[in-house]
Design a protein around this ligand. Structure first.
Ligand code: SF4
Length: 314
């Protein structure tokens, strides 16, 4: 796929300049030779991923030259292992997209109402397969009744189910909330741990939820939150060829500056809500129309929608 940005726009932003100046780092990261699977370092904890990412940052010298292709020979879309490579030009495109999203949504932040890490953790667990608006209507009563992990750890399951019923999957969510609170009381002195591995060890807390809490409650970027909006938009924008959230996250971590990981997700979610709708993306009025290759947009909008639930979506 040819890049719609190459030669079109020389950005003056530091983000885009850095990406443009070091396309080699992008190519090397595209090698796809070390596919991360659930159970590898990425799934176990952010540190392993971060280390891997940092060794291939734009500031690092290349460790291996990219393969030489004959002029005119199209780039393979898969690695030797048969896994999809990141689309060509994704790093430069990501920088330009990020620049515009920052200008369009300067104040983008987590839409879940919370006052502390415990409330954000509980709200994020409730947000699985549910809108943030619905969660925000539910949590005031829940937090009034159970204001901290200690009170939630002692909660009656049926009472919690009643309080969160409108968010869907309420039985499992209630079990996870109480289990999460008990684990925090038992292992962390009643305080939400500011540690990625400790968070993902809590019941009901996966990679996405841990990223949300680390980024928005503790101000530390351990990964890129890949929810349903980020997943859809990253694919359409040609920033990844994957559909699996863990692999999408790996691609995004490799092409975005770490200090933008948290904000990028929020801005993608805002953009997904107000412009890049799942069924009817408004490409004609989109601020990214000239940068976005709109991968799969036509087929996505012409096919009937199928309900899909997976644990990966949390
Ligand atoms: S609305 Fe269209 S142009 Fe804009 S990000 Fe979505 S697919 Fe791309």
């Amino acid at each position: 796929m040819s890049s719609p940005v190459s030669g079109r726009r020389r950005s003056t932003s530091p983000l885009a300049e850095k990406a443009v100046q070091n396309p080699t780092a992008d190519s090397i990261s595209d090698s796809g030779s070390s596919e991360i699977q659930p159970g590898d370092g990425l799934a176990r904890g952010g540190a392993a991923v971060s280390d891997q990412h940092e060794t291939k940052s734009a500031d690092s010298p290349p460790t291996k030259l990219p393969p030489i292709r004959n002029p005119g020979q199209p780039a393979s879309k898969t690695s030797r292992a048969g896994t999809p490579r990141r689309p060509q030009g994704a790093k430069v495109r990501a920088a330009l997209i990020l620049e515009r999203l920052i200008a369009r949504y300067p104040e983008a932040r987590c839409a879940l109402t919370h006052q502390n890490p415990f409330q954000l953790l509980a709200a994020t667990i409730l947000s699985a397969q549910c809108t943030d608006v619905r969660v925000n209507l539910t949590t005031p009563a829940l937090f009034a009744r159970f204001p901290d992990p200690a009170s939630l750890a002692r909660a009656d399951l049926a009472e919690v189910e009643t309080l969160i019923r409108s968010t869907g999957f309420y039985h499992n969510k209630a079990l996870n909330l109480i289990g999460m609170a008990r684990a925090i009381v038992e292992h962390h002195g009643g305080v939400v741990p500011d540690n990625y591995d400790a968070l993902t060890a809590l019941p009901g807390v996966g990679r996405k939820t841990a990223n949300v809490v680390m980024g928005d409650a503790f101000g530390r970027a351990e990964g890129v939150v890949v929810d349903t909006h980020v997943k859809r938009l990253a694919f359409r924008m040609g920033l990844t060829r994957h559909h699996d959230p863990i692999k999408i996250e790996r691609d995004l971590m490799a092409i975005l500056p770490r200090d933008q990981w948290v904000g990028f997700s929020h801005r993608m979610i805002f953009h997904g809500r107000d412009t890049c709708d799942a069924r009817k993306p408004r490409c004609e009025s989109c601020i990214l129309a000239d940068l976005c290759p709109k991968v799969g947009v036509e087929s996505a909008t012409s096919k009937p929608r199928r309900a899909r639930f997976s644990s990966a979506d949390e």
